[in-house]
Design a protein around this ligand. Sequence first.
Ligand code: NAP
Length: 237
Amino acid sequence: MKGKRVLVTGASRGIGQGIARLFHERGAFVVGTATSPPEVHDGCVSEWMRADFSEDLSLKEFCSQLSLSEGFDVCVNNAGINVIKPLDKVGDADYQRVHKIDLEAPYKIIQAVSKGMQSRGGGKIVNVASIWSCITKPQRSLYTSAKSGLVGMTRALAVELAPSNVLINAVSPGFTLTDLTRQSLSEAQAQELSAMVPLGRFAQVGEIARVVHFLCSEENTYLTGQNLVVDGGFSIV
Ligand code: NAP
């Protein structure tokens, strides 16, 4: 990763912070994004950009800045939110917010960075999806539709950008110990779910980050358009 320029969205916390930290430790120049002011974050990235993907103007300005930047070798679309609600309680604002952050933003960011990758001779993109892109349960309609869309987009763009040597994959984490998990699950639910994972525990952030790192490294030359499910075996039982 030495000398590589890497973009990680949602690098302020959780899985994104773990991914940014690993790439930074391996010598990459990491540009991280967050909605909050950069000064509150620790030194896991080389440079911060502020963007709120739920706001049209912020996303548009962010993508313009990306297009004007010196470009990236790697882009990790990690920023994401989850809204858990039954169908009859989902409002337009919920629908818009989840699909904007989890689906529209990655698409527009790929539009913005892929031209630069093509002129650099290639690149690597990872979209962080979720096990809920492959399986589902009640009250997950927004999250499952957005993350399934993200996986479909990954496949389609992998085909379209393959001639330019841009490899695009999705990584679908299972239950991972982050703020998002703590907000989505009670302590009792977390214990019950851990017991249902064949490996008997939730993932650490670093276990997801290492898979993303492999996909974006020079070790990966032929794997594209796939959705790698990193869930301790949860979705296969
Ligand atoms: P997290 O701890 O809640 O962190 C979310 C990140 O996304 C933060 O950096 C946050 O930035 C950023 N973000 C949130 N809203 C945003 C917005 N409107 N615009 C731009 N950035 C925004 O989440 P996480 O658990 O690490 O999840 C990371 C990714 O993994 C997500 O795509 C999630 O769907 C996926 N995932 C997580 C799990 C899990 O168990 N945790 C499982 C499967 C998939 P701020 O700090 O500025 O808010």
